[in-house]
Design a protein around this ligand. Structure first.
Ligand code: ADP
Ligand code: MG
Length: 730
């Protein structure tokens, strides 16, 4: 075979019929390239050949021997063919059975030498190999030793692929293997990079990832292929960055007096990290091109005030800032925090969500002060008033939910967008918020989900990052305990004592697994989302019933879950805040950002089901006030390994460190934004490989340095363009 056209449709391959075409498409396989890039999920180790006497039922084995008998017949009425063989070596003989592969009888005649790899089963007729992969061996090669780098099917590591109905690994091997034989692929990776890092060629990597002779070979191939993707990611990030830098933004000048005054009036001292972050942000918004910054900081590290400093500066320059929160609860909370912190200024702040709309101005005039909350829900007409104040530019800081702001708010002169817990917000989305499309607002994303650095560099490579690692001085250490089933009762007693002495408790429960998760996934997206909500609600209801009726009938218990309406949720949160309940049973909706200073216990049911980073988030919900706080991790399992993982939380309260641990344990796929990033699986799996990521970053810089449109590397340029189209975020 000469040079194979990778863009050739798999339809043109000899063994793909009209029946298999849609099935392959389901796996994303349409062209020969797709087929070659359909990498094994794992390998089955058939590299060790056993003798027939060593075969044990239930095992996957590789044997070699001579075909003693061979016959094939049809069974009616099932219209199925059965091929039977008997294969022997010097230690014995074993039966072999194949279904619906009558052609085997023609290719493996009696007397042929064969290598077989497959599962040994035992039934009433005795031991047999069930549909093994087979390979003929030449007499002069027997006993057969697989040649290094050869493309045999047995006596080696066998690829096991992601499969789908009707497309087995066996079939995929059957399709892929022949293509690998005389593979010629033009390598888009520049030669100097291949040489510098001694990488295998693309052809070699592709051949070896499918058919490695050992794990080392497989890993070298994987690393090379992951590098390709990581390089593309970095190139894309750098180019996006350049593009952004060519756009125009409002230059918000730095007014040292203003900022110093504001900071000195704060009821607390900023931490060093807060000051550094504020400085980085102020510097960015002083530039004439858009800021694109992610501020990462643990829960309670004080991100809001840092963003607020930028908003104050922006307001004083005469421009508007919008704070966008993912939920109404959080939007309300931002309003609370911000309103308090700027009560000594004359800057007007407006809140706009589905159920509430008000601005600090209306309070000033009607109630003479800023202390009162407006009555909710909103009265008709009020929302439009607030919108007017935003459109006229009177309201300088606007707080709302993503959904509402993006849908129907018109700003006068928006210069800064602050996003809570949403990392991605493209240029087009930003531009959509402003009338003058020539001017793109600055963007500051805030997240309390620490992301390991390598991950951030890869999937957020186009963002600058500010880290707030230090916690405010007045924060206390939260006592964390793993609670075994035996200790449950005394933990409940402890909770009762706390509530009786006036404190409050969160109880988090994980979603109940549905009986048939497959069906759930296969159903329409909307349906499966409903199911997930349903199972969350169910879990909370069950726990709520148990706690309110059996365990704490003497205490006030409330529940909160994702199936409730925003208004309902707000009401419950408000009541909890006002100490109307002692215990709040909830799903992970309280995970992000909720601030209840009087809550001192975070109790998590089935904590083994959550990731470390998420548990750390939960823990951050308590310890916000003056009282000693506790995080109680209930675990149903006595599995040492799992509880070991939970112990990491007991010992460590650094969210960044926990994130690294989480990535090591559960892989990067669990982190927010990773799955949406479009990062291919292999590259994803290499995100813990710091060296590889550094190399990719370095080389991407080199490549673009004097040749920003990659004219010297047309193949790479072509690949990058395809990739950009594929992973466009907007
Ligand atoms: P997060 O980073 O989780 O969003 P917030 O910005 O909501 O944290 O801050 C949590 C609380 O801590 C707020 O009430 C805020 O006013 C307060 N706070 C912020 N910075 C400091 C500080 N340096 N010292 C003491 N309290 C602070
Ligand atoms: Mg926050």
């Amino acid at each position: 075979m000469g040079e194979m056209d990778l863009n050739l449709s798999v339809e043109q391959l000899r063994n793909v019929g009209s029946r298999n075409l849609p099935r392959l498409a389901k796996l994303g396989i349409k062209t020969v390239r797709d087929l070659l890039w359909h990498f094994p999920a794992r390998y089955e180790d058939y590299s060790k050949v056993v003798t027939i006497s060593e075969i044990e039922p239930g095992q996957k084995v590789n044997i070699q021997g001579e075909v003693l008998k061979m016959s094939s017949r049809m069974i009616f009425p099932k219209r199925m063919s059965i091929t039977n063989a008997l294969v022997s070596d010097e230690t014995g003989a074993v039966k072999v059975v194949w279904f619906n592969q009558p052609f085997i009888a023609n290719s493996l005649r009696e007397g042929a030498l064969v290598s077989l790899a497959g599962k040994a089963n035992l039934d009433k007729h005795g031991l047999y190999l069930s549909s093994p992969t087979y390979e003929k061996i030449n007499a002069d090669e027997y006993p057969f030793i697989p040649p290094a780098g050869g493309l045999t099917h047995t006596g080696r590591l066998i690829p096991v692929y992601p499969e789908t109905e009707g497309v087995t690994s066996k079939y995929l091997r059957f399709l892929i293997k022949p293509i690998l034989k005389n593979l010629k692929i033009l390598d888009p990776l520049p030669e100097q990079i291949i040489k510098k890092y001694k990488l295998p060629s693309l052809e070699e990597a592709i051949a070896k990832i499918h058919y490695p002779t050992n794990d080392t070979e497989a890993n070298i191939a994987k690393e090379r292929l992951a590098f390709d993707d990581l390089l593309l990611f970095q190139l894309k990030a750098l180019l996006e960055r350049r593009k952004l830098n060519q756009l125009k933004s409002v230059r918000v000048g730095f007014d040292q007096n203003l900022i110093q005054n504001f900071i000195s009036e704060l009821p607390f001292e900023l931490t060093r990290d807060q000051k550094v972050a504020a400085w980085e942000i102020l510097k960015d918004i002083g530039k004439s091109y858009p800021m694109n910054r992610l501020m990462e900081g643990d829960v309670g590290s004080g991100k809001t005030v840092v963003a607020l400093i930028a908003a104050i500066q922006t307001a004083k320059a005469g421009y508007q800032t919008v704070f966008m929160a993912p939920t109404e609860v959080l939007a309300n909370q931002h309003m609370e925090t911000i309103r308090k912190l700027i009560s000594h200024t004359d800057i007007e702040v407006a809140l706009l969500t589905g159920s509430i709309a008000w601005s600090t101005c209306s309070l000033q005039s009607s109630q003479g002060g800023l202390k009162h909350r407006p009555e909710s829900p909103l009265r008709a007409g009020k929302k439009s008033n607030i919108k007017k104040r935003i459109a006229s530019g009177q309201a300088k800081i606007i707080i709302g939910t993503h959904a509402l702001i993006q849908k129907d708010v018109e700003f006068k002169n928006l210069a800064l967008v602050v996003l809570d817990e949403q990392h991605r917000f493209g240029v087009a989305q930003r531009a959509a918020l402003v009338k003058n499309k020539e001017i793109v607002p600055h963007l500051l994303s805030m997240t309390a989900t620490p992301i390991p650095r390598t991950l951030a560099l890869t999937i957020y490579g186009d963002l600058d990052i500010s880290l707030i690692k230090e916690k405010p001085k007045n924060r206390q250490k939260i006592i964390t305990k793993v609670i075994s089933p035996l200790q449950r009762k005394s933990a409940y007693n402890f909770i009762r004592e706390e509530v009786n002495s006036g404190r409050q408790v969160f109880v988090i429960c994980p979603r109940i697994e549905l009986a048939d998760p497959i069906k759930e996934i296969k159903g329409k997206n909307k349906q499966s989302k409903m199911n997930i909500l349903w199972s969350e609600a169910k879990a909370v209801e069950v726990e709520y019933k148990k706690l309110s009726e059996e365990v704490f009938p003497d205490l006030k218990v409330a529940m909160l879950h994702g199936k409730m309406k925003p208004k309902e949720k707000n009401e419950i949160m408000d009541k909890f805040k006002n100490k109307k309940y002692g215990i709040l049973v909830s799903t992970s909706v309280v995970e992000v950002g909720v601030d209840i200073q009087n809550a001192t216990i975070m109790m998590v049911e089935n904590s083994e089901r959550f990731g470390l980073a998420q548990l750390h988030q939960f823990r951050g919900r308590v310890g916000r006030g003056e009282h000693q706080s506790y995080c109680l991790l209930f675990s149903l399992t006595s599995d040492k390994k799992i509880n070991q993982r939970l112990k990491a939380l007991v010992e460590c309260d650094d969210g960044f460190l926990l994130a690294e641990k989480d990535m090591a344990i559960r892989g990067p796929g669990e982190f927010f934004g990773v799955k949406q990033s479009g990062l291919p699986d292999l590259a994803m799996a290499s995100l813990a490989n710091v060296e590889l990521i550094k190399k990719a970053r370095l080389e991407a810089r080199f490549l673009l340095k004097d040749d920003s449109s990659l004219t010297n590397y047309p193949l790479l340029k072509d690949k990058l363009e395809k990739f950009q189209r594929l992973t466009h975020f907007e």
